[in-house]
Design a protein around this ligand. Structure first.
Ligand code: NAD
Ligand code: PAF
Length: 309
C-alpha cells in the first residue's frame, strides 16, 4: 500500500516506522525529525524494534497525498488544518488515530473517505529520527457511523476497513476492523472524558482515580458522555461507560495521562475535542453536561492564560 502518515510525532512515527517494513510510507513531519529520517531512516526502540527508511517531508505535494491511505496522527486541535492540506490531494482512504471526536472534522473536508481509528499502543519521541514504543496495544479501525455502510455491511467492519486492518497486520501491528467502531469511538471518548481532564487538573497518575473523590468526578463525566452518545443513536449505557473508565484506570494505574503530560509541559491540550465535544453535542441535543463543561472551562482558562504569557 502507498501510505502517508500525516503528523508523524510520537504515535505516527511509531506506527509509520513499523508499517514501512511492508508498505511504501511517507511521513509528514516537522524538522529536525523529518530531515533526520530522510537522511538516516527511522528507529523504533523499546517494546518494538525496527529500523526502516520511510520517505519524510515537511511539505507534502498533492501528488504525495494521492495515495491508498492517509493515517492522521496530529493532535486533535491540528485536525482541521491537516484536513485542508489533505484535500489538496486525492487519498482513497483517510483514517484518524487521534484522541477526541476528530472524524467529523476530517469528513467535512474529505467526505466519505474517512474511517475512524483508535490506538492503545504507547509511543514517545526520543529525539530526531527515533521513537520509543512504550506499550504494545491494539489498533481498531472502522466506519464511524452506521449510515456510512454499503448494502450488506453492518456495524463498523466494512470491506475497506478490513483492507486497512490487513495491511497493518502484514507489517506486524495488532489491528482489527471493528464491527462496533461507532460505539467504540464513544466509549473511548467516555474514558478520555473521565480520565484525562481529571488527572490533568489534579496532577495525579491515572491510578488515583480508583478512589473517591476523583473516581466520582470521572464517573460523572463518563455518564454524561454516555447520555450524549445515546442521543446520537449509540448504544452506550451509563454503567458500560463507567466500567470502561474503571478498567482503563486499573490497567494504566501508573500512567501520566496525555492531558496531564500536556499541562505539565505547558502545551495545549486536547480538551476541546474530548470534554468540549461532549458539551457541544450535548448542547445541540438539549442535554446538560455540567462536569464536562466545568473541566473544559477550567482547562480552557488555563490554556488562554498560558497562550497570553
Ligand atoms: N503518543 C501516544 O502514545 C498516543 C496513543 C494513543 C493515541 N494518541 C493520540 O494520537 C494523537 C497524536 O499524539 P502524539 O503523542 O503522537 O502527539 P505528537 O505531538 O507527538 O505528534 C503530533 C505531530 O504532528 C505534527 N504535525 C501537526 N501538524 C502538522 C503539519 N501540518 N505538518 C507536519 N507535522 C504536523 C506535530 O508537529 C507533532 O510532531 C493525539 O490525538 C493523541 O491523543 C497518542
Ligand atoms: C487511555 C489513556 C487515558 C491512558 O492514559 C490515554 O488515552 C491518554 O492518556 O490519553
Amino acid at each position: 500500500m502507498e501510505i502517508v502518515v500525516f503528523g508523524a510525532g510520537a504515535l505516527g512515527s511509531m506506527v509509520g516506522g513499523i508499517l514501512a517494513r511492508e508498505h511504501h510510507v511517507t511521513l509528514v513531519a516537522r524538522d529536525p525529525h523529518a530531515r533526520r529520517i530522510a537522511g538516516q531512516g527511522l528507529r523504533v526502540v523499546g517494546e518494538l524494534d525496527a529500523h526502516t527508511r520511510p520517505r519524510a517531508t515537511t511539505a507534502p505535494t498533492p501528488e504525495d497525498l494521492t495515495c491508498d491511505l492517509v493515517l492522521v496522527t496530529v493532535k486533535a486541535y491540528d485536525t482541521d488544518e491537516a484536513a485542508r492540506t489533505l484535500a489538496t490531494g486525492d487519498p482513497e482512504l483517510v483514517c484518524s488515530l487521534s484522541n477526541g471526536l476528530t472524524e467529523e472534522t476530517l469528513a467535512g473536508h474529505l467526505g466519505d473517505r474517512v474511517l475512524a481509528g483508535s490506538a492503545t499502543y504507547g509511543a514517545e519521541l526520543v529525539g530526531p529520527g527515533e521513537v520509543r514504543c512504550t506499550g504494545v496495544g491494539r489498533i481498531h479501525v472502522g466506519e464511524f457511523a452506521d449510515e456510512r455502510l454499503d448494502g450488506d455491511e453492518a456495524g463498523g467492519a466494512s470491506r475497506r476497513a478490513e483492507r486497512v486492518a490487513a495491511a497493518f497486520r502484514e507489517a506486524g501491528l495488532d489491528c482489527t476492523a471493528d464491527p462496533e467502531m461507532p460505539r467504540r469511538r464513544w466509549e473511548k471518548l467516555a474514558v478520555n472524558a473521565g480520565i484525562n481532564a481529571v488527572t490533568a487538573l489534579a496532577r495525579v497518575p491515572n491510578g488515583a482515580l480508583a478512589d473517591a473523590p476523583g473516581r466520582a468526578v470521572a464517573h460523572r463525566a463518563a455518564r454524561e458522555t454516555a447520555r450524549v452518545a445515546r442521543s446520537q443513536g449509540l448504544d452506550l449505557a451509563d454503567d458500560e461507560a463507567v466500567a470502561a473508565v474503571d478498567t482503563v484506570v486499573r490497567e494504566t494505574a501508573a500512567n501520566r495521562s496525555s492531558m496531564r503530560q500536556d499541562v505539565e509541559s505547558g502545551s495545549r491540550t486536547e480538551v476541546d475535542a474530548i470534554n468540549g465535544a461532549v458539551v457541544d453535542r450535548g448542547t445541540a441535543a438539549g442535554i446538560d453536561t455540567p462536569t464536562n463543561r466545568t473541566m473544559a472551562d477550567l482547562l480552557g482558562t488555563w490554556e488562554r492564560e498560558r497562550i497570553e504569557e
